[in-house]
Design a protein around this ligand. Sequence first.
Ligand code: FES
Length: 113
Amino acid sequence: MTTFKHHIFCCVNQRPKNDPRGCCADRGSERLQAFFKKEVERLGLKGTVRANKSGCLDHCDLGPSVVIYPEGVWYWVGTEADVTEIMERHILRGEIVERLLMPGHEKEKKGSG
Ligand code: FES
């Protein structure tokens, strides 16, 4: 059985176009989740880090929503450059990418690493 050091969950939930909550899929989260997987490979982290699609993470108006465990750090991820920054700083170096922290989760940054 494989035990991952980090587990990255990226919401790819899709709602009907007229749903007032909106959804991460409409903001490009499928593409960003695929890019997380590419970055895991590029950095040689396959088997150590897992980047999974997730259903709704209940932060729909703030998405694309990403949460990384075991730290429990929440991010808003808008671009592939954001993904790369999270991979290189958070996953590789144990740093929190403060500029991408999900609003309302800024206090949870302590204890990561
Ligand atoms: S649709 Fe992504 S958090 Fe709800």
